[in-house]
Design a protein around this ligand. Structure first.
Ligand code: SDX
Length: 416
């Protein structure tokens, strides 16, 4: 379906086509705007700008809905594993039994890295460097070992290898020797074993923790054109390789206003506890325009209703803490902060609701992940989405991403 927008500029009449998405979203196609009118658009933060057409995930920000390839996140989380979800996001359909078996077997087959070379590099990265910096660096280096791999297998190699790099990053700092992948375990149980097994002791993954990790990875698997995904697409548009594009996406995710928020939420909640638990004082601080403090884990560029992932993450957090018999004052505090904030007109009028990061850190903490590795876990979850967008951008043969600007600098002048 196509219609047009008509507009006049300085007495000249113009019309631009309108394109339609699967649901009700409509977009003015401005790809010929400058050519036909001499004008460009101005949209800091790209709040109103669609940079591509995509069929991977869809967010209804007003209703608070998220679909992966058309399936609601609430169904996926209860009926699929993270590996099945990865297959769906990468290939567009849920796998049948044979497809899932072949996909899983390939991931297991590719679950190795060039330990000697990677460890040499890791030995030269300061051990106090943030795990996101380490993971992004090692992912970049991994590219060096992927030359002869055919593209379809590249995705599976990275899906298999990223958990190994993440576990290596954690174990290096803990002074633990690297652990190889266990082909007899499912994806999340293997990930946990590579993280937490200790020498001279057998490791039995806890099914509660394994299932929790499975759910939290699914919740992060894709989310339209968020900052890190758009970064991956931009690099792909100039033909940067998959691993290097994903490495750049990790750097974008690390940002405190993006994936780094999960660590910032826990640090904020700990500060609230340490300062006596006066929630009202912190909410007022978040509302104070003169104070740079924001209520971390609240607000979202697209969701102007509850982030459906936050609702699920809250239940997963309650469930894992109850099943593991942990008494966690942070969860209780988080629920009180959410309650008080959502009774405050500032948050209601600005439509600031808890996002995925508000509860995800509580879950990571409950399953033993250290705070500064929360965003690493976010990256492990977002990996299938990043790869699917990189693949889609290539299949669409999209032009290089190169926006314009409104120049406000000096007029032309001569050096005297
Ligand atoms: C993720 O894009 C994605 O999909 C991201 C993500 C994904 O899965 O990839 O969902 C993951 O990054 C979630 C967001 C995690 N970040 C945080 O929790 C950090 C805290 N939140 C904010 O920084 C903010 O809400 C953003 C960054 C999430 C969204 O920023 P926007 O859309 O640019 O909104 P804005 O900064 O323009 O805020 C609008 C108003 C402002 O007030 P006014 O200037 O209009 O008076 O709301 C206020 C803001 O000051 N505001 C907040 C607030 N968030 C927005 N005030 C207090 N606390 C907050 N958290």
């Amino acid at each position: 379906m196509c219609s047009f927008v008509n507009f006049n500029i300085n007495g000249s009449h113009y019309k631009l086509p309108v394109i339609y998405g699967t649901f009700y979203e409509k977009a003015i196609n401005i790809s010929k705007l400058r050519e036909s009118t001499g004008l460009i658009t101005f949209d800091p933060g790209l709040k109103n700008t669609g940079i591509t057409k995509s069929s991977i995930s869809f967010i209804d920000g007003e209703k608070g809905e998220l679909l992966y390839r058309g399936y609601p996140i609430e169904q996926i989380i209860n009926q699929c594993s993270f590996i099945e979800t990865s297959y769906l996001i990468l290939n567009g359909e849920l796998p049948n039994t044979a497809q899932l078996k072949s996909f899983s077997e390939k991931v297991k087959k590719f679950s190795f890295i060039h330990h000697k070379d990677i460890n040499k590099i890791l030995d030269n990265i300061p051990v106090f460097y943030h795990p996101m910096g380490i993971l992004s660096s090692l992912t970049y280096i991994l590219d060096a070992f992927m030359n002869s791999i055919q593209e379809e297998d590249l995705y599976l190699h990275l899906l298999a290898k990223l958990p190994i790099l993440a576990a290596l990053t954690y174990r290096k700092r803990m002074g633990l020797p690297p652990v190889c992948a266990d082909p007899y375990l499912d994806y999340t149980s293997n990930l946990l074993k590579m993280f937490f097994s200790v020498p001279n002791k057998s490791y039995e993954p806890n099914p509660i923790i394994s299932d929790t990790l499975n759910k939290i990875l699914i919740l992060h698997a894709d989310h339209e054109q968020n900052c890190s995904t758009t970064t991956v697409r931009l690099l792909g548009s100039v033909h940067v390789g998959l691993f290097s594009s994903i490495s750049a996406g990790m750097s974008a995710l690390w940002g405190k206003l993006h994936g780094g928020a999960n660590q910032a939420v826990i640090e904020m909640l700990e500060d609230i506890l340490k300062s006596g638990g006066n929630i009202k004082k912190w909410i007022e601080k978040a509302k104070n325009k003169k104070d740079p403090f924001r209520l971390m884990g609240f607000g979202h560029r697209i969701y102007k209703n509850f982030d459906p992932r936050a609702k699920i993450a809250k239940k997963v957090a309650e469930n894992v803490i109850q099943k593991l018999g942990i008494s966690d004052p942070i969860l209780k505090l988080a629920k009180n902060v959410e309650k008080k904030a959502l009774q405050d007109s500032y948050f209601l009028e600005k439509k600031l609701y808890p996002n995925i990061d508000f509860y995800s850190g509580i879950i990571y903490q409950a399953i033993g992940i250290p705070k500064d590795m929360f965003t690493v876990m976010f990256a492990l979850g977002r990996l299938p989405g990043w790869m699917a967008h990189w693949k889609e951008m290539k299949l669409n043969k999209e032009p290089i991403g190169r926006p314009r600007q409104v120049y406000t600098g000096y007029k032309k002048r001569n050096i005297k």
